[in-house]
Design a protein around this ligand. Sequence first.
Ligand SMILES: [Zn+2]
Length: 49
Amino acid sequence: MAVKNIESNEVHRGQKGGVTGCGFDTTEHPNHWVNTNDKINCDKYGCKN
Ligand SMILES: [Zn+2]
């Protein structure tokens, strides 16, 4: 499962309503996040692997 920040186009591990692999809380700006099937492109620890 992946979640994209539509402001930055970064795709993180996780899903809308939760916390990304690298620690972003998607509930803080819920309008910036969408669930996606895109490939994860965040290279921070927790998302990349
Ligand atoms: Zn990330």
